[in-house]
Structure formats: C-alpha cells, structure tokens
Write a protein that binds this ligand. Structure first.
Ligand code: ATP
Length: 326
C-alpha cells in the first residue's frame, strides 16, 4: 500500500505502561518507510477536536521506559455518537491523514469498528490494557508491568502482615478480568485469590481461614480483583471481622499505582514488536485488524472478532492455588 503518506496515532481508554514504547516504535518505523506520523492527543476526543501534531524521531527519544502516554489518553462520550465520529473524520481529512494506528483496550477497538463502518480509512489496533482481557493476543501491553507492580506491593504487605500476625485483603485492579489478581496471587503465594471469572462462595473463604487458624498459620493474604462479583472487598472484610473478631484484619487497595511506573522488559519488547508490526501491516495492505502475538508469533485479528477474552480460567490452575496455599 504505497499510497499511505500520513498516519495518525492515538492512545485511548485506560493508560498502560508500554504505550510509550509502542508510540516510539510506530513513529520510528513510519519515518523509516517514508510515512509522516501524526500524534493525536487524548484519544478519540482529541481526534474530534483536531488536537493533532506532526511527530519527529526526536519526539519519541527517551520514552521507551516510561509509563503513562506522551499522547495522553481519554474516554470520549462524543465519539460514541455518529456526529462525533463524523467530526473526527473531518479532522483527519483536513490534514490528509490516510491511515490510523490505535492503542487501547476492547472499548477502543469497538469505537474503531463503529468508526470504520461509517468512514473508510485503513486502521490497525494494538492491545494496550493492563487487564489482558482481549481475544487475539497472548499478552496485552501493560499487563506484565501491572502484575509486577502488584507482586512487589503484595510482597511488602506480606512482610508487615507476618511481623504483626495479620490477615490482609489486598485489592488489585481488574473490573471484569481477574488476570492481575490470579497471577500476582500465585506469584506471592496468596492464601486465597478471588476473581470475577469464578463464582466465589464467602462461606468457603471463611472455612479456609478457619482451617489456617487451626493449623496456627498466622499470616493470611487474600488477593481480590476489584470486580469480584457478589463478594467484593468491603463485604469480605465485614464477613471476616464478623466471624473472626480476634484476627487483626486489614485492607489494602493498590489502585492506580498499578498503572504507573517504568514498563518491564516484557512490555517494552511486546510494544516495540507490535508497533513495528502495525506499520508493516499497513504497508502490506492490512486494515481493520488488531495486531497481537499468539505463541510468540505476530497475529492479526479483525476488530469485530477481538472482543473480551472469554477463555475460562483452567481448573488445573485453580486446584494448584489450593494445593500450594495449603
Ligand atoms: P481499558 O481496557 O483500559 O478500559 P478501553 O479501550 O476498553 O480501555 P473504553 O473507555 O471502554 O476503554 O473505550 C475507550 C473509548 O472508545 C471510549 O471512551 C469511547 O470514546 C470509545 N468507544 C468505546 N466503545 C464504543 C462504541 N461502541 N462506539 C463508539 N466508540 C466507542
């Protein structure tokens, strides 16, 4: 597709560490192949408002390691409307931008699907979300960093929990997906892990605490995904304090700390590979696909097939958690 002269790049939805490494790879690969890259600030909202600037190689110097996104990100209600998307298209047309690369989660790709039904312009998506909840890729940009941040924090909490013989409920991010909770919980040897994908029975959780009490296990760390359905952090805390008043039970909500910080090597490498592959994909004439990795190979999935990851958590993994925390 030698006809592409100018591409627009945006980050949208929640930020995730590694987005900057992806922007760097897209800008540098574009320039290498003679395409002018344009940064679109604040996601779809910036596209509607024409907050767009030409990018040079130097704009992406020294950002491969940083969290956040130099293009900033936003959620845009206006882009959810036909009128908003028409305004956004007009801004691209005015500048002669003839292709787009979008970095974001499933919402961003849903937005892209709506946009491209109405306005045809080649577009490639990159999976940028700490939640790792997308079909079509083994990993998403930001997940590895977020899990490592959670692991570092939970390790610290376990030390203070041990010093005081406390029970800690640690809430990590993941409204609809428990991958951060599951993986940080396994890596930190959590006594229990509650995730939205599994129906949690509060009595079973309390029974496991009682069992640990009988065995004189004095430290208890429960990792809870923020979206753990019926139970949730507050209800769990209340139930534990009600049933075990003698236990010193504390809650720690890790919150936005999981989004910040330098990207891990895994996220930097993934973002660099996907950014580079996205530009090559446009040059090969691909469009309306998300570029990801499957079994470590670059893979392309049409936007409409990306959707939320629906793979059930393996029974084997759940059994392993019980065995290793026993
Ligand atoms: P994260 O996984 O971090 O939440 P996300 O990309 O899923 O990231 P969303 O807020 O769901 O984040 O989506 C980003 C933006 O995409 C929305 O603010 C909106 O502008 C646009 N968008 C989402 N869904 C649609 C849709 N159905 N039609 C048009 N635009 C949409």
């Amino acid at each position: 597709m030698g006809s592409i002269k100018k591409i627009g790049i945006l980050t949208s939805g929640g930020d995730s560490p590694g987005m900057n490494a992806a922007i760097r790879a897209i800008v540098r690969t574009s320039i290498y192949y003679g395409i002018e890259p344009y940064g679109i600030r604040r996601g779809y909202q910036g596209m509607i408002e024409g907050d767009i600037f030409k990018m040079e190689t130097t704009d992406v110097a020294n950002i491969i390691q940083t969290g956040g996104t130099i293009l900033k990100t936003a959620r845009s209600k206006e882009f959810m409307t036909v009128e908003g998307r028409a305004k956004a298209y007009e801004q691209l047309r005015k500048l002669g931008i003839d292709a787009l690369i979008l970095i974001g989660g499933d919402g961003t790709l849903r937005g892209a699907t709506a946009f491209f039904k109405e306005h045809t312009i080649p577009a490639i998506g990159l999976p940028g979300t700490i939640d790792k909840d997308l079909e079509g890729t083994d990993f998403t940009i930001g997940f590895d960093t977020a899990v490592n941040t959670a692991v570092t924090a939970i390790d610290k909490i376990r030390e203070t929990a041990d010093a005081h013989d406390r029970l800690f409920i640690v809430e990590v991010m993941g409204r609809d997906a428990g991958y951060i909770a599951l993986n940080s919980g396994i890596a930190c040897g959590a006594e229990d892990i509650l995730i939205p994908e599994v129906e949690n029975d509060i009595e079973a959780v309390l029974a496991r605490i009682a069992y640990d009490e009988r065995r004189k296990k004095t430290v208890h760390v429960i990792v809870v995904a923020e979206g753990s359905g019926k139970i949730g952090t507050a209800r769990l805390h209340e139930a534990i304090v009600g049933r075990f008043p003698a236990l010193d039970t504390r809650v720690c909500i890790l919150g936005h700390i999981q989004r910040g910080g330098p990207a891990t090597f895994a996220d930097r490498v993934l973002a660099s590979r996907l950014g580079y592959a996205a530009v090559l994909a446009l040059l090969e004439g691909r469009t309306q696909v998300m570029v990801g990795t499957l079994n470590d190979n670059i893979a392309y999935t049409p936007f409409e097939n990306v959707g939320k990851l629906n793979t059930p958590i393996s029974e084997d993994k759940l059994k392993m958690i019980r065995v290793l925390s026993a």
